[in-house]
Design a binder for this molecule. Sequence first.
Ligand SMILES: Cc1ncc(COP(=O)(O)O)c(C=O)c1O
Length: 455
Amino acid sequence: MQKPEMPAEGAPQSQRVARSLALYRQAEALIPGRTQLISRRSSRFAHGNSPIYASRAKGSRFIDVDENEYLDWVNAVGAIILGHADDAVDSAVKAQIDRGSIFTLNSALEIELAEALNEYIPSAEMARYTKGGGEANAVAARIARGATGRDLMLFSGYHGWHDWYQSANYLVDPESGEFPFAGIEPIGVPPALAGSALPFVWGDLKNLRDLLQAHQGEVAGIMLEPMRSQLPPHGYLEGVKALAKAHGAVLIFDEVSCGFRPRIGGVQAFLGVTPDMTVLAKAMSNGYPMGAVVGARAVMAPASRMFISSSYWSDNLGLAASLTTLRELDRRNSAQRFEEIGDALRQRLNQALAEAGLAGACRGMFWELALHFDLPDESLRPIANTLFIQEMARRGIHCNVSFKATLAHSAADIELTGRCATEAFACIKAGLDSGDLPQLLESDLTQEPFRRLVR
Ligand SMILES: Cc1ncc(COP(=O)(O)O)c(C=O)c1O
């Protein structure tokens, strides 16, 4: 990519992202909430230092609207898996644009992709498509309810913005306690839906068993993120599957975030436990809008009698992008490459912590790494985390305290990340040693928008 123009030596840091900050102020008046995705809010990073708007991206890098170049470890919150603007996927999409992005009639690509998903996703026999993950989860909940003739959904994870799921936040009085997933207020969600979706504690089989017993014959579906960065307790997913079967509930894995990287077939291929239905989105199309619900014929076939229909689900670009992404993941030996990249990055970040003399660790599975600092006081955590994001941003690395790789990340990218992290860790260590950690911060504190049920 073109070499970015750097701000003059000694220029205040916020000047480096001045255009981003100006656009963000402009957005406040024009776009409620300023961004379309909560995870793209500047408050998720080091506001004042982190870039907010990008102008172009390629491979493992992007250029922000101020012409700074960044190495990207966020990758559209996981939606980019091969690398930004991947040549193979983009060529397929451009060729498809020339043939027509959407037809009056149906597209044979729908059938081709269903066959490819059957090939790669262990539990897939039939497929329906959407344009995003939350939407696909809403479809999965509809099918589970329709196929069983029951209403109640049990869930553990983040499953999107739709009413069926957000209604769970009415279960706890905000005056008296935490919402099931703190941070989200169900404003605008009909309170009448309260009690139609109940959260369960991931990893705790007894909790799920008790819920199923308390609601005998009522549970349509059990939806969960099978895992994110930690392996489930031994036998947990097998236990969930057995409970779902015993209670006649549809078992749904939401693999929107954990899919494709561990194996092309997702966590279910990695751990060898299959659900009845799987929800996919994000990485399946390397950044083009696409989502899918796939599953066993017995649970999917009843969907033919349900009202599940939308114009843009027939769009050809997402289909072409998904087909090419799946083939490219296979051709590029993705599972092995993600393991190599993840293991190398974990090792390099742990080396950087040791070099800087900062107590902590880089942990997690190879596809979902996270930093954890050992701090004398928990109240310092948001400060230390923000300082890390700030210092990395200043060095041209866009990350959170977590890292999501693409196949475009090279050994040189990992080495650069390690070198910059050593300096960022040293800055945190100096602040902790001197007691003036907060003074080193020149950004607003990073904010977790909501508590995750599966970490
Ligand atoms: C596990 C999981 N499910 C669903 C969603 C929602 O997907 P989307 O943002 O495409 O609606 C997300 C998004 O982060 C997710 O991580």
